[in-house]
Design a protein around this ligand. Structure first.
Ligand SMILES: Nc1ncnc2c1ncn2[C@@H]1O[C@H](COP(=O)(O)OP(=O)(O)OP(=O)(O)O)[C@@H](O)[C@H]1O
Length: 352
């Protein structure tokens, strides 16, 4: 896995805070996130439901629900701060053209009344300025690129004439036809069965290389992450609590929440040992959170975890985690037993 620190930054998020107004109260969904996205990389954002993954990427595309707002922070792209964008006109400069998104359910992105060919071709015309035969030929090429056969016939068909996996391919073709620099894939394979999932992930990986895309995957499934990501950012209660290259987070994770997520990997369930499970529920985002948000569920919590929010501690040039366990004066704590063997195997696999 290549080092990302030498790559140039394509998008940079600084101290982002996002809130929602709901029934006269305010909920904080994103709590002070800073993150660089490097050109050409594939970054996976993982975390359980409600951790803020979707809100974070929606804010990059100006797609926050109407009751949501950026309270603080900056999202820098091409020397502009997207956090200050006010109008749809501003966002149309970004959406599709610079940043495109593939979501879980292809039916919500596709127009059921238009042939798939026309839907792809509209993007080719709008974003690439091609017309007539040139636009048509280019559209057929995109259909081929996403693994669809018999493209001239398929061009004329409607979304309902395709299977779920094929529809997801069409959505991907539409996204790619906009020629974005960044492709966001929000749980792109969750609705598909396992074999199709693997094919779509492989397709996305190939297209990333073919078109030099920077990709963000959002998922709660670490299995997906292992197949596609150069780097992983782990989210909990609106914060990134650990970030690093995939092998660093996978085989040398430091935050107890990352340990809990890793423990849900199927590989760890086969040893006949009791899994380390996460007890309790995530914090109430309507309330101020004191200290480490994971503390009440963390069997390794220290007293300070209930008092002060941990800063990012550096594990390596590319790996950081927000846990007081990394403080030089913290007691030495080993990861759960089942993970130790997994980490050990991973280190052999990665470094030998
Ligand atoms: N329009 C909204 N109004 C109020 N709260 C919202 C709104 N949209 C999102 N939230 C809240 O923001 C938090 C983060 O939600 P988000 O959808 O980003 O989570 P997620 O990690 O993507 O989860 P999932 O995997 O279930 O999609 C949640 O507590 C959610 O309830």
């Amino acid at each position: 896995m290549e080092a990302t620190q030498t790559k140039s930054t394509i998008l940079s998020i600084h101290n982002l805070v996002i809130k929602f107004k709901l029934r006269g109260k305010v909920l904080t969904a994103i709590r002070d996130i800073s993150l660089n996205l490097y050109k050409g990389e594939s970054l996976a954002i993982v975390g359980e439901s409600g951790s803020g993954k979707s809100v974070l990427v929606k804010s990059i595309m100006g797609l926050l629900d109407k009751n949501g707002f950026i309270d603080h922070g900056a999202i820098i792209y091409n020397d502009e701060d997207l956090a200050h964008f006010q109008t749809e006109k501003d966002w149309l400069k970004i959406r599709g053209k610079e940043v495109a998104m593939v979501t879980q359910d292809p039916m919500t992105s596709l127009n059921p009344l238009k042939t798939v060919g026309k839907q792809i071709e509209e993007c080719v015309i709008l974003h690439q300025g091609l017309r007539g035969k040139a636009a048509y030929e280019k559209t057929l090429q995109y259909l081929k690129d996403v693994g669809i056969y018999d493209v001239e016939k398929r061009y004329k068909q409607y979304p309902h004439e395709f299977s779920g996996g094929m529809r997801q391919r069409i959505v991907i073709a539409i996204a790619i036809a906009c020629k974005p620099k960044i492709l966001i894939c929000d749980e792109p394979t969750t609705a598909l069965d396992v074999t199709i999932q693997a094919q779509i992930l492989q397709l996305l990986k190939n297209l990333q290389q073919q078109y030099g895309l920077t990709t963000i995957y959002i998922t709660h499934d670490l299995g997906v992450v292992a197949k596609v990501a150069d780097r992983i950012a782990v989210m909990y209660a609106g914060e990134i609590i650990e970030v690093g290259q995939s092998h660093e987070v996978f085989f040398n994770g430091k935050h107890p929440y990352t340990w809990a997520l890793l423990s849900s990997l199927p590989q760890l369930g086969t040893k006949g040992e009791e899994l380390y499970s996460i007890k309790g529920t995530p914090p109430n985002l309507f309330k101020d959170i004191k200290g480490d948000a994971f503390a009440p569920r963390n069997p390794y919590a220290l007293n300070i975890d209930y008092e002060e929010r941990p800063p990012f501690f550096k594990v390596s040039e590319t790996h950081y985690a927000k846990t007081w366990l990394l403080h030089p004066k913290a007691p030495k704590v080993e990861p759960p037993h089942n993970l130790q063997a997994f980490f050990e195997e991973g280190r052999h696999y990665t470094y030998e």
